[in-house]
Design a protein around this ligand. Structure first.
Ligand SMILES: Nc1ncnc2c1ncn2[C@@H]1O[C@H](COP(=O)(O)OP(=O)(O)OP(=O)(O)O)[C@@H](O)[C@H]1O
Ligand SMILES: O=P(O)(O)OC[C@H]1O[C@H](OP(=O)(O)OP(=O)(O)O)[C@H](O)[C@@H]1O
Length: 525
């Protein structure tokens, strides 16, 4: 049968090219059903991107799921000791982030399960880079190593939950977060020197590996270093080497992944388009003795990429900045101006929302403070400034590069003076910050009923709508004037510089320049 490939869409053609690439490298096709026992996911929930799995009961009353993931099913069916190299092309089903809609996501990927050595990890990295090359355009493959990150986190603390928080800070390029975790837990910040060194150690392998070698010596994780450098050696003397970056902000769940992990980014696509790594720990959890490495290409994220955009076009040289309207706005702009990114038109008295200065290479947008994180996460802005309250509430997938040290306030529980919590009743809580409130009370094991409000939160307990509020307190005036008082401080808040992860790969020089200039201003503040 001859197929006239002009009738195929870009994604379909890409799909065929990927299959060809994987089968030429000895990987066998793997087909599976769309349905899986829900039990598989309930036992491995943290491995999934989201804990919201679409379920249904089958005719025998068994709880089934529409597959949100492919890897778990492949491992479940890998029951012998043979080494298998597989590729798949499957749809997975997920609940969309921030909405209650469902998404059907097309994934292509490879898995190698069995006696996986450094050469096979290298092969997987090479196939990942070649997959990105097939997609076309300007791409970067970021490579990290979770064993090295773990060794640095273990040097700071023995506490696993705290290690998780520290590693999460590395994934956000959030050095100030690491230092404040040390401070809050009575740890000498010097203990985090290696972790912070990893956070800043990003760039081409030739440049990073010598420094990393010394660091791994002092962290006593030489084997992890050898694995990483041996796997990366597959790119030596190939043109793909220029696309490879070591970047420790690539982090997977520490209870599933280990060793080399990686993510692929494409210029113009706001989120990673490929993700993978070693996951021997997942196999241990599923009582398998084999080792494994693999990756998935998220074809759905390429929906807006086609042959015309997937060419090596120069990256838009303008830096797009989301500024928060309101109480932070003027101060934020003034800092960017002083950092060498002025845009005089922004001071004109009009209702325009977008301002640009091509000479300075910057374009500013005024958006609602609570929307800044969305613009940055979705790549409409490369960087922006948002309060930590917004970052905690919406948990956007962004880098948190700097604590700007202003917009200082705190998130607190407040109640009418003399309030005492009656634990026989559900506590009614009014807030704009439902997630922060839910997390706070979940940690205490307190049953609550959240009443989500959009402002004037302080009125709720006065009118008997709720017992307490969770809200921002700055001077405390609003509480005082409404006969309320702080019951518990939850977390300090200030303004943060955030960056889109993909933009950071392709406009990194401009973003680090601006972050450096802003940091200098903070230090003299
Ligand atoms: N007294 C304060 N009240 C509210 N936010 C404060 C205060 N002091 C500092 N901030 C910080 O300023 C940020 C922006 O606050 P602002 O009041 O301008 O917007 P908002 O009214 O909270 O946002 P939106 O208009 O989207 O509801 C907050 O996210 C918070 O980080
Ligand atoms: O401690 P204070 O200095 O009194 O500041 C805290 C108040 O400021 C914020 O309200 P905002 O002015 O943003 O109005 P809102 O009620 O509409 O959110 C916040 O929600 C508190 O109500």
């Amino acid at each position: 049968m001859n197929i006239n490939d002009s009738v195929l869409s870009y994604a379909e053609r890409l799909n065929f090219s990927l299959r060809e690439l994987y089968s030429q490298n000895g990987y066998q096709p793997y087909r599976m059903s769309k349905f899986e026992d829900y039990d598989l996911y309930s036992r491995n929930m943290d491995f999934l991107v989201s804990d919201r799995v679409i379920t249904f009961t089958d005719l025998s009353g068994k709880l089934k799921a529409l597959k949100p993931d492919v890897t778990l099913s492949i491992i479940k069916n890998h029951t012998d000791d043979a080494t298998r190299k597989l590729y798949y092309n499957e749809n997975v089903y997920r609940v969309s982030k921030g909405a209650d809609g469902y998404k059907e996501i097309m994934q292509a990927g490879v898995e190698c399960i069995g006696d996986v050595d450094n050469a096979l990890v290298g092969e997987s990295l090479m196939l990942a880079a070649k997959s990105l090359e097939l997609i076309g355009g300007n791409f970067v493959l970021d490579v990290s190593d979770l064993d090295i990150l773990n060794a640095a986190a273990e040097q700071v603390t023995d506490s696993k939950p705290l290690q998780d928080e520290l590693v999460k800070c590395v994934s956000e390029k959030n050095a100030h977060g690491i230092l404040s975790l040390c401070e809050n837990n009575g740890i000498d910040p010097a203990a985090a020197d290696s972790l912070i060194a990893l956070l800043t150690m990003c760039g081409a392998p030739d440049r990073v590996l010598p420094k990393l070698s010394d660091l791994c010596e002092s962290l006593d994780c030489r084997d992890a270093y050898e694995e990483l450098s041996e796997a990366l050696s597959v790119f030596q003397d190939t043109p793909l080497l220029s696309r490879i970056q070591i970047d420790f902000s690539v982090v997977g769940d520490r209870s599933y992944y280990n060793g080399v992990i990686f993510k692929g980014f494409l210029s113009g696509v706001p989120d990673s388009v490929l993700s993978g790594g070693r996951y021997d720990k997942l196999l241990r959890r599923m009582k398998r003795s084999a080792k494994a490495v693999g990756f998935a290409v998220y074809l759905d994220k390429l929906e807006r990429v086609d042959e015309t955009t997937a060419v090596d076009v120069p990256v838009d040289s303008m830096l797009n900045v989301a500024l928060p309207k309101g109480r932070l706005g003027e101060k934020v702009y003034a800092m960017f101006e002083a950092a060498g990114f002025p845009c005089p038109s922004i001071k004109e008295n009009n209702r325009k929302l977008i301002f640009e200065n091509p000479e300075a290479g910057v374009r500013y947008f005024w958006v609602k403070p609570s929307d800044v994180a969305i613009y940055v996460e979705r790549g409409a802005a490369d960087i922006g400034v948002a309060g930590k309250d917004i970052l905690l509430e919406y948990e956007p997938e962004v880098y948190e590069l700097l604590d700007l040290g202003f917009g200082k306030c705190r998130m607190a529980v407040a109640a009418p003076k003399g309030f005492e919590d009656d634990r026989r009743r559900t506590l009614r809580v009014a807030t704009k910050f439902s997630k922060i409130a839910a997390d706070h009370y979940a940690q205490k094991g307190r049953d609550i009923d959240i009443v989500h409000l959009n402002g004037s939160i302080e009125i709720a307990p006065i009118l008997g709508l709720t017992d307490v509020i969770v809200d921002i307190v700055e001077t405390g005036t609003t509480l005082r004037e409404n006969n309320l008082e702080v019951v518990k401080n939850i977390v300090p808040i200030s303004a943060r510089l955030i960056a889109n992860k993909s933009s950071y790969k392709f406009k990194g020089d401009n973003i680090t320049k601006i972050a450096h200039e802003l940091k200098t201003q903070i230090e003299v503040m």
